[in-house]
Design a binder for this molecule. Sequence first.
Ligand code: SF4
Length: 184
Amino acid sequence: MRYKSLEKLSEDVIKCKKCELYKSRNKSVPGRGKKDNKIIFVGEAPGAEEDEKGIPFCGRGGKLLRNSIREVGIEDTEVYITNLVKCRPPKNRRPTEEEIESCNKYLQEEIRLIKPKITVLLGKTAIKKQHEDVLLKEQHGKIINKKESRYLLTYHPAAILRNQTKISTWIDDLKLIKKYYKKK
Ligand code: SF4
């Protein structure tokens, strides 16, 4: 199905039962932002707080992400934030290939509707879905141009919370967004 709007897509995500994750979620977590946000951030999956509130990146990792993008000169209102899977995997385990595949249609439709100028892939799982398996310590900060789309590979904010020595490296990665994304 091709969606006409992000609003309709969100409505379907909220009631979706296409994979087993619907059984354990509290709330599914649609992407958040507007069609004219030409920067998309893609994480792995909602965590506990997101699952409670139904809002992506509203926990500690999300706060770090928002503060960091502000630090590089980008406003929250300029970005669309979403995840590979829209429901929290139990105990925050990695989503399975099948779960990612079941949910992928929503992500592809978000990208089709928004037509981002740059898509920021947060963490190994999000990167692996769009590209190959990467060693993030070697590949972060890499810009990939693929089928008229531009991707920036970087760490997931949860990884930065676990190892705060990486924060300046992460901020340097995020600065690349400004280099490749110019507002009209
Ligand atoms: S993770 Fe995605 S496919 Fe699975 S139930 Fe949630 S919205 Fe549907």
